[in-house]
Design a protein around this ligand. Structure first.
Ligand code: ADP
Length: 267
């Protein structure tokens, strides 16, 4: 899965990244789904270990265009993990109170504590994406944020947080199909906003903003992965694999009891 990792300072042209790619798993959709199930079980064990050991903190950042599949990825990748010790933080348009603070204020409050796994469904990256595309603050302001974000994430990493950032990469045609599917199914109307069509018109501006994000904020402390996401099963498989491999790499252990349990008899 290394091929999806964005190396620090690597120039990214998203048009050269194939959103239909499934090349790292030859088995196709059905076998892929079976593989995801296996990874789900492994993730369940690893998350229990994370919680029990109470040492590491894990932060997963999900970013995507509308319909990119953040919600689906959360449902499928984290199926089975214990809600105790796992949390999803959603970042919507900031409230008046949030706007009165610096943009990282609301983000910092949501970062994982020891033993916790937190998924950011959108994140502080909105402050250099939607904010940039819609000119919500002047260029001089959002431009300084890349360094600030890198420093913030570096501080989190230095204080025990493992950070993985995933950009779910779909193309404009796939978005059209997904939007149309929402429009066609009354049970999906709740997900459809007319505003999504306005955002869609800004596709190339968003791509440019994402390219900058990926180039400037993929660091050793907090790497970005570009996940081919036109095929949902492959998207989930890539995220699960990277996450499980990363957690395995932490070499976590169940803590030993502070008391001497040898010879204890329960009457
Ligand atoms: P989602 O699309 O993630 O399922 P919503 O449909 O509620 O959730 O969209 C959340 C909206 O909040 C998005 O349009 C996003 O761009 C916007 N948003 C998030 N963070 C910010 C921010 N810092 N400034 C402005 N808008 C933001």
């Amino acid at each position: 899965m290394k091929k999806y990792l964005v190396q620090p300072d690597m120039k990214v042209k998203l048009s050269e990244w194939d959103p239909n790619d499934t090349s790292e798993f030859k088995g196709g959709k059905e076998q892929g789904q079976a593989e995801i199930e296996k990874l789900n079980h492994r993730l369940e064990e690893l998350q229990e270990l994370l919680f029990a050991e109470h040492r590491h903190k894990v932060l997963i950042v999900l970013q995507a265009m509308d319909t990119g599949g953040k919600d689906g990825a959360i449902r499928h990748v984290f199926e089975g993990v214990n809600p105790q010790g796992t949390r999803v933080a959603n970042f919507k348009a900031p409230t008046a109170e949030e706007l009165d603070h610096d943009y990282l204020w609301r983000v910092h409050r949501q970062v994982p504590a020891k033993g916790e796994l937190v998924i950011f469904n959108r994140s502080h990256y909105e402050d250099v994406l939607v904010v940039r595309v819609h000119n919500l603050v002047p260029r001089e302001v959002w431009e300084t944020r890349f360094d600030q974000i890198n420093e913030f994430e570096e501080m989190l990493a230095e204080t025990g947080t493992t950070i993985l950032k995933f950009y779910l990469h779909i193309d404009k045609d796939e978005q059209k199909e997904r939007l149309q599917a929402r429009l066609d199914d009354p049970n999906k109307h709740w997900k459809f906003r007319l505003g999504d069509l306005e955002e869609r018109k800004l596709w190339s501006e968003y791509m440019q903003a994402y390219e900058d994000v990926l180039k400037k904020t993929s660091t050793d402390a907090a790497p970005w992965f570009i996940v081919p996401a036109n095929h949902k099963w492959y998207r989930d498989l890539v995220i699960s694999t990277i996450l499980v491999n990363t957690l395995e790499g932490l070499k976590m252990k169940y803590p030993e009891s502070a008391e001497n349990l040898a010879g204890v008899v329960i009457e």
